[in-house]
Design a protein around this ligand. Structure first.
Ligand code: NAD
Length: 518
């Protein structure tokens, strides 16, 4: 019924037309900054006095918008509205639900520059990173739409005489969708629409740092006539709104992407049965990483250096997939380090509203302080060979931290073990390939990893022994595409849900076996 899925292509901002369209979108969006956005429960817009002022991380005086903070009572009402909407939405045919998604994708595609411009302002993404975020959101919409139809179609069972047997996949109920700020459109929209297209209803709690792009997405859902209550927009602090939601007996499952500690806390919370709760809550929990690029001897070090710099410093290192450890074979260590430093030292940094800035600001003051304290620690745990500087935040400026590389770091050092989530790369020396693999696997995480090697034996070993959810051979460790590299981590990186993959929607469904004897 739909054309086969294909990924949304990127544009080249070196070309005149995309550059002009992005400049126009940024100008248009700048005229819309500073508005106030309400909560929306069961289709009703609700204002609250307490609001979050979302500020441009690169220009703190600039308000992106004011978004109302939900209260604990609002959570109760939102779960009620979602429960009511579930009675009709859960029996709406998958094809109909899928058409909503494809329609939303079509509108988002027409407005791709505008959605991207909002993220340049609100999350300090550069143009291409912002465009890629919107493109991924479109991919999730298109892909999950098609997938929902496949999951809704008949599934094979073994035939036995005088019976008809079928397996059907049913929606679960009310989802709490709790999203992070670093893919403020793609991950927030992806988790929401995966729940919706499988017949569940949603209470959506976006990250405090990026609630405006979520509000703009929610307005798009309303504009295509998604029935009231199917998605309820409930921004607010994680410790209040998120905490209440995950413990609510009416919530059937939690779909979360964020940090390890919050993910583990949610895991514990949903395991506790609440009075009146009729189910064991399910958790789809995707968390942090300490991702490594391993470099063997005898490889093209220029290509490796470029892959490392892109993975470590793209979006200021604030991707769960970012390379935060470079593990180099001792034979190539010194030359590679020099090449990586040389490339990273040329990166441009500043407000990404200007296309020539590759790196923008880090997301907020907490992130800024955390990263700075890790850099201070790094000066005792290794040798700072690049960066370490930051601009002192002020109203006209923002939270800028320069690309930082720390060499000669021991595998057990804290900066080699803990997720920093900023533009900081630890470089570690390995005696040989086995040693490199041991270091790579030596953290509690297991999200992404890369191996650059020319040895068939080592490449094959890595397929088995490099223990990460997303392994890349001879390329960088960021930039997974929907239905090309389904995404999710091992160990404390999460439940390995493989977002953007063909197993994903199964997590939002429960199988029912039906047998009729003739
Ligand atoms: P975070 O854990 O601080 O916040 C994520 C969400 O959880 C936010 O909406 C927040 O308000 C909410 N929250 C906070 N406390 C809560 C509580 N007690 N109960 C319920 N919800 C609560 O993470 P972040 O800083 O927004 O995002 C960055 C983190 O996300 C990094 O660790 C990064 O690696 C990870 N991440 C992982 C993936 C992945 O696919 N594995 C993708 C993107 C980001």
């Amino acid at each position: 019924m739909f054309a086969p899925f294909k990924n949304e292509p990127y544009v080249n901002f070196a070309e005149e037309t995309p550059r002009r369209r992005m400049e126009e979108a940024l100008a248009r969006v700048s005229g819309e900054l500073g508005k106030t956005y309400p909560l929306v429960i069961g289709g009703k817009r609700i204002d609250r006095d307490k609001q979050t002022n979302s500020r441009n991380p690169a220009k703190l005086s600039q308000s992106i918008g004011h978004v109302c903070d939900a209260t604990e009572e609002d959570v109760d009402h939102a779960v009620e509205a979602a429960t009511e909407a579930f009675t009709t939405w859960s029996v709406t045919p998958p094809e109909v639900r899928a058409r909503y998604l494809v329609k939303i994708a079509a509108i988002m595609r027409r407005r791709i520059y505008e959605f991207s411009a909002w993220m340049v302002y609100e999350s300090s993404k550069n143009w291409l990173e912002a465009y890629a975020d919107t493109a991924e959101a479109i991919d999730f919409l298109e892909f999950y739409g098609r997938e929902a139809i496949r999951w809704g179609a008949p599934h094979p069972t073994t035939f036995i005489s005088s019976e008809e047997n079928e397996i059907r996949y049913c929606p679960l109920g009310v989802a709490a969708v709790i999203s992070p700020w670093n893919f403020p459109l793609a991950i927030m929209a992806g988790m929401t629409v995966a729940a919706v297209v499988t017949g569940n209803t949603v209470v959506l709690k976006p990250a405090e740092q990026t609630p405006v792009i979520a509000a703009r997405f929610f307005e798009l859902l309303e504009s295509v006539g998604l029935p009231p209550g199917v998605v309820n927009f409930l921004p607010g602090p994680g410790e209040i709104v998120g905490e209440k939601l995950t413990g609510h007996p009416g919530v059937r499952f939690v779909c979360f992407t964020g940090s390890r500690d919050v993910g583990l806390h949610i895991n514990q919370r949903i395991a506790t049965h609440q009075t009146g709760q009729k189910w064991i809550k399910r958790g789809i929990l995707e968390m942090g990483g300490k991702d490594a690029i391993v470099v063997d001897e005898d490889v093209n070090l220029d290509a490796v250096a470029q892959g490392v710099v892109d993975s470590a410093f793209g979006f200021q290192g604030q991707k769960c997939s970012a390379c935060s450890r470079l593990i180099a074979h001792t034979k190539v260590y010194d030359v590679l380090l020099e090449k990586v430093v040389e490339r990273a030292s040329k990166l441009t940094i500043g407000d990404p509203v200007h296309h020539n800035n590759f790196m923008g600001a880090v997301i907020d003051g907490d992130a800024f302080n955390k990263i700075i304290s890790y850099i201070a620690l790094g000066s005792s745990e290794g040798r700072i060979v690049l960066g370490g500087e930051r601009d002192e935040p002020n109203q006209e400026g923002g939270y800028f931290i320069h690309p930082t590389i720390i060499a000669d770091v021991a595998p057990t050092a804290r900066i080699a073990q803990e997720e920093i989530f900023g533009p900081v790369l630890a470089v570690l020396r390995a005696d040989n390939f086995d040693h490199a693999l041991e270091i790579a696997n030596g953290t509690a995480y297991g999200l992404t990893g890369s191996l650059f090697s020319n040895s068939r034996d080592h490449l094959e070993r890595a397929r088995h022994d490099f223990h990460v959810g997303n392994l890349y051979l001879n390329r960088k460790c960021t930039g997974a595409l929907v239905d090309v590299q389904p995404f999710g981590g091992f160990n404390l990186s999460g439940t390995d849900s493989k977002a953007g993959g063909r197993d994903y929607l199964g997590l939002f469904l429960q199988a029912k076996s039906v047998c009729e004897r003739w």
